[in-house]
Write a protein that binds this ligand. Structure first.
Ligand code: 0O2
Length: 212
């Protein structure tokens, strides 16, 4: 594929990422207004870089004409939550949606990766309207707590810096940091009701002040 073919190939993925980001941000707004609390803290998204697509295709032995079905995270959405419990609720909300179809989930929270990585991945099929008609796009929706995201972001950049071979001393510290992030999630969950209540009070106060 040359540059022009790649940009054509990636167009529906770019559109899907943009649409899904808007939809999940609006879901946050809606839940905040309806229930005063949203399991969504913030949403990001990206289309996988061409170099990463090629590297993954090589690793998984996916032929170039089967990238659409062989690589499931070309379109990627990441949704950050405050608490682990929010991830369960959000996964249910996503499963109930009619504008996408959940194909399967990878639960790296119950089964954390050897690296220490924790996150809940949902592989979905998203129908996107293009000028040529409807196209079903595979996308990976990652659900993480803020602590899981903090750890994964740092580990990802270290992996990039050390080309996947992180020195033993740093890797040992990363393992400890993963345990600390796990404990932080558990501690925060144990006082979740208290935190949610105080955030609602704070928000009500801010709305009141802004109206004065
Ligand atoms: P990019 O393009 O940099 O965003 P894998 O072999 O890990 O790619 P696997 O194990 O099936 O495939 O994982 P999956 O479910 O396809 O998810 C891949 C994505 O999950 C990664 O994207 C990361 O965003 C995240 N991820 C998976 N494992 C780890 C990990 O150990 N550490 C961190 N920091 N993130 C992880 P890429 O590949 O980084 O793509």
């Amino acid at each position: 594929m040359d540059g022009r073919d790649w940009s054509k190939f990636l167009l529906p993925y770019e559109q899907s990422v943009e649409e899904l980001k808007v939809k999940f941000k609006l879901l946050r707004t809606e839940l905040k207004s309806r229930e005063e609390y949203s399991p969504i803290e913030f949403v990001t998204g990206r289309v996988k870089k061409i170099s990463s697509i090629l590297a993954k295709a090589k690793k998984l032995n996916v032929p170039m004409d089967q990238l659409e079905t062989g690589i499931e995270d070309i379109a990627g959405i990441r949704i950050m939550c405050q608490f682990e419990e929010d991830i369960e609720r959000l996964a249910e909300l996503i499963a109930d949606r009619k504008d996408l179809k959940v194909l399967y989930c990878k639960d790296y929270i119950r089964n954390k990766k050897e690296s220490g990585y924790r996150s809940y991945h949902i592989i979905v099929e998203y129908p996107v309207q293009t000028s040529l008609g409807m196209k079903n796009i595979l996308a990976e929706v990652q659900l993480r707590t803020l602590a899981m995201n903090f750890w994964a972001t740092i580990e990802h950049s270290l992996n990039y810096k050390y080309h996947g071979i992180i020195p033993a001393d740093i890797s040992g510290r990363l393992s400890k940091a993963a345990e600390a992030a796990y404990r932080l999630d558990k501690e925060m969950s144990s006082i979740r009701d208290e935190i949610v209540e105080s955030q609602k009070l704070f928000e009500d106060h801010s709305i009141l002040v802004s109206k004065i």
